[in-house]
Design a protein around this ligand. Structure first.
Ligand code: GLC
Length: 557
């Protein structure tokens, strides 16, 4: 074991609130629980299953969008920001969910999608019907095309989902007309955040949900709202996971300084409400210092730490990203956040079982190299125990507490992610992490709902991951998560201080309060730290040593 002499003290230097140390569980409403048997999850289904989350021991839930939407991008194409899509229920169902969650001691965060609306939003319909130069068009980013007859798009930007980021309208008189910008699907036109009307509208949307009692917002594409004024060309292809590397010029559509003014205004609205209401940035921005700018004291409260999610499973890579993340957020007095899975990436129980090192494949399908399921789960559990021992706030994605893998053999004809079509079937997209989750091994759709089928087909192996097969079973992934969450709370790890003990090539270990945490990334088993073994991601070997790809939590004397 390399007992590296480097030691470091790092802490969460911020006034504690529930969110500074919270474990926040992401619910993807389409795939959590279906109450009415249409094969798509819904709000009453979620409300009925809140007991599971209370038992698991999380502090809050974040709900992906449930607003009226044509579902061109699974609800991230919002047609009305102040209502619930009948697919998911009604506003009354949302109120019941918020009230029930509160009764169970769970906070509720909703998703806000300000970068773009759906093309079915009344504003976009009005813009299409109105003339170029009209106030209706000024809510979006319309431009004349280039070339003698305007047949070329206004610039060369690519959409994140593939293909050009511009689509040409047919004007009301039937002639080809202006182009509109959509950084994502054609059905997701980008709003013009230089227009004060847009700013006022979203302040009102924030108030609408704050008045209904939500505890915060996860802000979709928070780094995209403001575009460089000249819409300068940018030849690089876009990817959903692309970060902006430090040594490259900043793309004209991402992370423009003007976004911060928007969040300062939002923060003032949240601060005018009672309780701690929070803003969480989804911003695929690197390096850590740039993302820290979103969580300065008068802006958002948290930002997802995608650099952490993307880090390779090696001791040096994990040490580096943890250290950098803590330093960057400490510098602005914000808590660090940690996340391993969400609805846009390959589930970490599969990602960590891929042999391609450091890659970030966008979807896995039949015919692609398949992950090693046992290795992925073993590493996935070790990664989770490492993450849950870090100071700050952590995000879990539904199903990871069951050790759920990615569905990597989903038939291509079932794919729903617009990425698949827009990339000309070259990028499989994100459906594999969005498959409805299994609750009961022997029930129709594994207890997801009363129907046999669900909107994405579940793989046959789902039964072994079902909650009822794991609940009360010592050593199951579910019980491993539950114990970790209980100990994390008992030992106040979320508000603790990290002190590195060892950061070599094979082993990472650190202290946080009364706990010593060790993860073995090497090939040989290593002795555990001195003290009482409280928890481990897998059993120790016959000699009481910590095997490869295992994390242990020890109470030191
Ligand atoms: C975010 C969401 C993703 C969505 C995109 C466009 O990245 O997490 O699911 O497709 O924004 O709204």
């Amino acid at each position: 074991m390399n007992t590296d002499a480097r030691q470091q003290e790092q802490s969460v230097g911020v006034a504690p609130g529930w969110w500074t140390e919270a474990v926040i569980y992401q619910i993807y409403p389409r795939s959590f629980a279906d109450s009415d048997g249409d094969g798509i999850g819904d709000l009453p289904g979620i409300t009925a299953r809140l007991g599971h989350l209370a038992e698991l021991g999380v502090d809050a839930v974040w709900l992906s969008p449930f607003y009226p939407s044509p579902q061109a991008d699974a609800g991230y194409d919002v047609a009305d920001y102040r209502d619930v899509d009948p697919l998911f229920g009604s506003l009354a169902d949302a109120d019941r969910l918020i009230a029930e969650a509160r009764a169970k001691g769970l906070k509720v965060i909703v998703d806000l999608v300000p970068n773009h609306t759906s093309s079915a939003h009344r504003w976009f319909r009005a813009a299409v019907a109105a003339a170029p130069g009209s106030p209706e068009r000024a809510r979006y980013i319309f431009r004349d095309g280039l070339g003698p007859d305007g047949a070329e798009p206004p610039n060369d930007w690519q959409s994140v989902f593939g293909g050009p980021a511009w689509t040409r309208l047919v004007e009301p008189d039937g002639r080809p007309g202006q182009w509109y910008l959509h950084l994502f699907d054609t059905a997701q036109p980008d709003l013009n955040w230089d227009n004060p009307e847009i700013r006022a509208e979203f302040l009102d949307v924030l108030r609408f949900w704050l008045d209904r009692g939500v505890d915060g917002f996860r802000v979709d594409v928070a780094h995209g709202l403001i575009k460089q004024a000249d819409l300068a060309n940018w030849e690089e292809p876009q990817e959903i996971l692309s970060g902006n590397e430090a040594d490259k010029p900043r793309p004209p559509m991402w992370d423009q300084d003007g976004v911060h003014e928007v969040y300062r205004e939002w923060r003032r609205v949240l601060d005018s409400y009672d309780g701690d209401r929070i803003l969480v940035a989804e911003a695929w921005v690197e390096p850590a210092e740039r993302i820290a700018r979103y969580v300065r004291p008068d802006e958002m409260h948290q930002a997802f730490n995608f650099e952490y999610l993307l880090a390779a499973w090696t001791a040096p890579a994990q040490y580096a990203v943890i250290t950098r993340s803590l330093e960057a957020t400490d510098a602005v007095g914000a808590p660090t956040t940690w996340v391993l899975s969400n609805h846009d990436v390959i589930r970490h129980a599969s990602r960590l079982g891929l042999s391609a090192k450091g890659g970030r494949p966008n979807g896995i399908g039949i015919g692609d190299p398949q992950p090693d399921a046992a290795l992925g789960l073993r590493r996935g559990r070790a990664a989770t125990l490492l993450m849950l021992a870090l100071p700050g706030s952590a995000y879990l994605y539904q199903g990871e507490e069951l050790g759920l893998p990615e569905h990597t053999t989903l038939p291509d004809e079932s794919r729903q992610d617009p990425t698949w079509e827009r990339s000309g079937h070259t990028q499989r997209g994100r459906d594999g992490c969005r498959v409805p989750i299994p609750w009961e091994a022997d029930a129709p759709s594994y207890g997801f709902g009363p129907a046999d089928a669900s909107w994405l087909p579940q793989p046959p192996l789902w039964a072994e991951y079902a909650l009822d097969r794991q609940r009360g079973v010592p050593g199951s992934t579910y019980e491993t998560y539950r114990t970790a969450l209980r100990l994390r709370r008992e030992h106040a790890l979320g508000r603790g201080t990290l002190e590195w003990l060892s950061s070599g090539d094979e082993v990472l270990s650190f202290r946080n309060g009364g706990l010593t945490v060790l993860t073995n990334f090497g090939t040989a088993a290593v002795p555990p730290p001195d003290g009482d073994l409280l928890h481990s991601s897998a059993p120790l070997d016959a000699d009481g040593r910590v095997p490869t790809d295992v994390t242990v939590w020890v109470r030191h004397s």
